[in-house]
Design a protein around this ligand. Sequence first.
Ligand code: CP3
Length: 342
Amino acid sequence: MNDRFLRACRREPVDCTPVWFMRQAGRYMADYRELRKRYSLLEIVRQPELAVAVTLQPVDVIDVDAAILFSDLLVPFTPMGLDFEFIKGEGPSIHYPIRSASDVGRLRTFDPRESLAHVLETIRILRRELHDRVPLIGFGGAPFTLAAYAIEGGPSTTYAHTKAFMYAQPEAWHKLGAMFAALIADYMRAQIDAGAQAIQIFDSWAGALSRSDYREFALPHSRAIFDQLSDSGVPLIHFGVGATAILNDLAEAGGDVIGLDWRLPLDEAWARISDRAVQGNLDPTALLGPRERMFAAADDVLRRAGGRPGHIFNLGHGILPSTSLEQVQALAKHVHAATLAG
Ligand code: CP3
């Protein structure tokens, strides 16, 4: 089996640098866009055969060393009683956002083995169909990012509702954070039991917080997830965007692998968390530029990783929908060739 991704997570030596891409399954692929003409995103997630097909699309055509389950961060909202939909061109829209302590009180806990059985079934089928070709990554959201969506009701640039809620109603906030932590830890455990071989926790919006707010309002709940999964036996990846200023705090919350965005050069970021593996950190827009420039930027990431064990090549955030598939294919091949030779 191709286990260079899992080996790198454990900081073991590898034959060449493993590669996977956040949002490797998605709109930049024609096959995905074709399927989306017939089914909504949530319909794909709810039908295991479709979610399996979408997960495998990039594995079949790009030289990636890991598959990532096709689902979404917000999927657990539905069984909690937080109905939502994805609106074309805008993103998620939560029908009744949380704005008060009583809104937190009306949220339901759930058993992922029942309410999200379709996701677990997707994982079981994927493991069979992958035949150990590459490992399968499962994922979930960190409490801060999930709470931010639940409170804002959709995308935000300031997180004004979320922060106002944190500051004015800290008890309700911590109740919400603890609830997300327990549910996501249980959901991740169920994904691992179903066959997920690594777990990535996305704290996509943690970068919106000051260090002291991260430590007070986000870190304890993220840490609860990592603590509860510490005996799970699979590598845990912890990823935040724009989180350079809180990198050490994010690492303190947990994770065997820390996902880095592109804002800080990889070697400088790694020096700050040298006891962990790292994942990253090419700017996703580098794939939109000329190929030679993209290769040069990838080479710079690899040079800064310096062949040390514990580097997984990835982008600093997800592949952008306007990216060409050929660029993604060329980049994966390039990383493998460059590190095999070196
Ligand atoms: O290939 C993969 O990475 C696996 C699938 C995956 C999706 N969402 C599918 C998806 C993963 C890992 C996610 C995680 C996710 N979802 C995150 C964390 C990663 C990140 O980007 O920081 C977040 C914040 C979400 C919430 C979300 N889902 C938003 C804000 C949006 C709309 C914005 C956008 O990109 O359109 C989505 C929709 C979504 N989830 C798409 C995909 C492929 C867009 C495609 C579509 O509409 O069909």
